[in-house]
Design a protein around this ligand. Structure first.
Ligand code: NAG
Ligand code: NAG
Ligand code: NAG
Ligand code: NAG
Ligand code: NAG
Length: 283
């Protein structure tokens, strides 16, 4: 799921870091290292001051924070995850980066938006009207111009996640397997939406308790059935799939009403991922 090569590339591009001043000092949560959920805001208490964007988690991890939900991963989270290992098996969650046949060496020039990717906190801005002039990024640490300028800021770059290191407990909710078990058909190449009510149903089907299957700091991965449907296509059909016209250019994803955001916030997940092009989630 997490391509370390991608981190290295980003880090190389973003070496000319420069700090960006910002005004959040007075509105961040008081942090207590020995009790990280002291003063933890409920979903209804977000955003901390009403002047922040809708449901923004700005200031929740401190005014200068660049990690967001990855802060849920503590040393103790990793130690507890280790104690749950029973079989010691490893699973590669990355899709292939297939090189051309017939070469001994791989020379890879790639768009980091292909294959498996992990988005950083500067990937999507808040925006009131989709115009660049209104873009706002996590903790208000950067402006859009800070990202676009040559030699611009590295603030909120994905290198932060690489430097923290991501280890812990992952939970797979096999939504596609649950649908198959019910003989229910779905189209992963359309705007099929997955609700949190369904995800709780998948947990129950997997003999997990929907109320307690996750712990703070967990990684949630949802299997949407996209890759199975995608791999059944011819190479040519795979190439044109993203370029379907208009309303047909849709993919399966998790629906994004308030209920989904509340579900995620309450679970204190460190990250979420899916086996489809978009998870359709806000941070
Ligand atoms: C931090 O949390 C610990 C453990 O709950 C508590 O004993 C301590 O008083 C807290 N410190 C502050 C400054 O609130
Ligand atoms: C937790 O881990 C970090 C880095 O991984 C380390 O700097 C820190 O000392 C650790 N804390 C404890 C209490 O072991
Ligand atoms: C979006 O909002 C900004 C700030 O209010 C305004 O300057 C801009 O013209 C708006 N753009 C559009 C496309 O409405
Ligand atoms: C699903 O279809 C299979 C094959 O037709 C059938 O054996 C099975 O009972 C069906 N399961 C459900 C839950 O309908
Ligand atoms: C996608 O789903 C919509 C709504 O259910 C339907 O109208 C449309 O025909 C579907 N498109 C394709 C390509 O299956």
């Amino acid at each position: 799921m997490i391509a370390l090569g991608t981190f290295a590339l980003f880090a190389a591009v973003l070496t000319n870091a420069r700090p960006v001043p910002h005004p959040l000092t007075l509105v961040s949560r008081a942090l207590n290292d020995s009790d990280i959920y002291a003063n933890w805001p409920t979903y209804d208490q977000l955003p901390l001051p009403p002047s922040f964007p809708t449901k923004a988690a700005w200031g929740v991890w401190g005014a200068d924070d660049e990690l967001g939900a990855l802060n849920h991963i503590r040393n103790v989270t990793i130690l507890e995850a280790k104690s749950e290992i029973k079989l010691g098996r490893t699973f590669n969650l990355n899709l292939d980066l297939s090189p051309f046949a017939g070469y001994q060496d791989d020379i890879i020039t790639l768009n980091t938006q292909i294959s498996t990717q992990f988005d950083g906190l500067r990937h999507f801005p808040y925006s009131t009207n989709s115009s660049q002039s209104t873009y706002q990024f996590y903790n208000d640490l950067i402006k859009f111009d800070d990202i676009m300028a040559p030699g611009g800021s590295a603030t909120l770059g994905i290198q932060n996640a690489a430097q923290k290191g991501i280890a812990g407990r992952g939970i797979l909710l096999d939504w596609a397997g649950w649908m198959d078990s019910k003989n229910a058909s779905f189209d992963a190449f359309n705007a099929t939406t997955i609700s949190t009510v369904e995800l709780d149903g998948v947990a129950t089907w997997q003999r997990l308790d929907p109320g307690s299957f996750s712990k703070p700091g967990d990684f949630l991965v949802v299997r949407t059935g996209f890759t199975k449907q995608y791999r059944a296509l011819s190479l040519q059909a795979q190439e044109v799939l993203p370029f379907r016209p208009g309303d047909d250019a849709q993919f399966i994803g998790i629906e994004t009403p308030d209920a989904t955001l509340r579900w995620l916030w309450d679970k204190k997940l460190a990250l979420v991922g899916a086996t489809s092009p978009r998870l359709n989630l806000c941070r």
